[in-house]
Design a protein around this ligand. Structure first.
Ligand SMILES: Cc1cc2nc3c(=O)[nH]c(=O)nc-3n(C[C@H](O)[C@H](O)[C@H](O)COP(=O)(O)O)c2cc1C
Length: 314
């Protein structure tokens, strides 16, 4: 048989894009999470999910994740019914990933899959704060857990309910989004962190203070899920030359407001701010000055503002 000539474009081949392209037509690095939801009998169901990413990260009233999910899964049904879930991030131990693959096998009921589960389930923060309400439990072995609530109003998905089959029309990005698919925008209520990693976030990371996070490459070769174990992280400093000149800061600061002015020393404290953020930062300083009846921002006021920002970040 004559071999088909494969065309190359500057050293690349054009690959056909098929369903589940992230694992069938590419190599896409993904997290490994176990999503806890409440079954109809109130038991916590764990399902394995890698397509779970940050969605609203700033500039909204809340922070959110997006989950891409088969709509006939226990997880999708439970989120449609109760709106609550826990996203549990597991480390790269082989026995944990083996368990993730077991909990990722479709078609089992909560009772069947949870009977021999190796993870220990405990109450999260929401359960402690609302003793009368039921919440999905969290995995004791996880290094971090997001406790979440589905934002069902987005994309008009508030009337979506569990069905045997889902007929069109479908939503664009929240609720039932296709015959077999669902997307859930999940508001993050709490981020719970194991103390070692809590400390490293508060006090600053070093290569030994990261959790052992696996990278999942999904289901390939019709047989296996593939993943890599964690390796020592590498720190790459930002380029030094990218700071802006004092003159640039002084010029922008002088044009910010007719009443509020900045001293040169105050401006000198902003030379490390990337150019694209300079106006936003200066506007923030002016807003603070107006609130506090200040008309001249000196080094001292700048320190107060920076202190306030650091506290807010924490
Ligand atoms: C590591 C891993 C990652 C997975 N990621 C997803 C995913 O992101 N979305 C999805 O719909 N299914 C995913 N699956 C398949 C689901 O886990 C599978 O449909 C399972 O039946 C869900 O459990 P549940 O019915 O209890 O929700 C994944 C499976 C594994 C093993």
């Amino acid at each position: 048989m004559e071999e088909k000539q494969i065309e190359e474009l500057n050293g690349f081949r054009d690959l056909r894009i098929v369903d589940n392209f992230y694992q069938t037509s590419s190599f896409f690095p993904m997290p490994t999470t176990e999503i806890g939801t409440l079954s109809e009998s109130g038991e916590t169901n764990l399902g394995s999910y890698s397509l779970c990413f940050p969605y609203y990260i700033a500039g909204k009233d809340y922070y959110a994740m997006v989950l891409c999910c088969r709509n006939s899964s226990n997880t999708a049904k439970n989120i449609l019914r109760t709106g609550k879930c826990s996203i549990n991030f597991i480390t790269d131990k082989r026995e944990y990933f083996k368990e993730a693959v077991r909990l990722g096998y479709p078609g089992e009921t909560t009772e069947e899959k949870m009977k021999n589960c190796i993870f220990h389930l405990v109450d999260g923060k929401r359960a402690r704060e609302n003793a009368k309400e039921q919440f999905p439990k969290i995995i004791q072995e996880a290094f971090q857990v997001f406790e979440c609530t589905w934002v069902k109003e987005l994309d008009g998905a508030q009337n979506d309910t569990v069905q045997e089959e889902y007929l069109p029309p479908y939503h664009q990005f929240n609720g039932i989004t296709s015959e077999h698919g669902a997307h859930f925008i999940l508001k993050i209520d709490h981020i719970l962190m194991k103390p070692k990693y809590y400390d490293s976030i508060i006090n600053g990371v070093n290569p030994r203070s990261f959790p052992q996070v696996p990278v999942d490459y999904g289901y390939r070769d019709n047989k296996n899920f593939w993943y890599t174990r964690f390796r020592r992280p590498i720190a790459e400093p930002i380029p030094k030359s990218k700071g802006i000149s004092l003159d640039t800061v002084k010029y922008a600061a002088s044009r910010m407001d007719t009443e509020v002015k900045f001293t040169d020393e105050a401006c000198a404290k902003l030379v490390k701010v990337p150019r694209v953020f300079l106006n936003t930062v200066l506007k923030g300083c002016v807003a603070w000055a107006k609130e506090n009846n200040v008309t001249l921002i000196t080094e001292k006021e700048m320190e107060i503002i920076q202190d306030k920002r650091n506290k807010e970040k924490k």
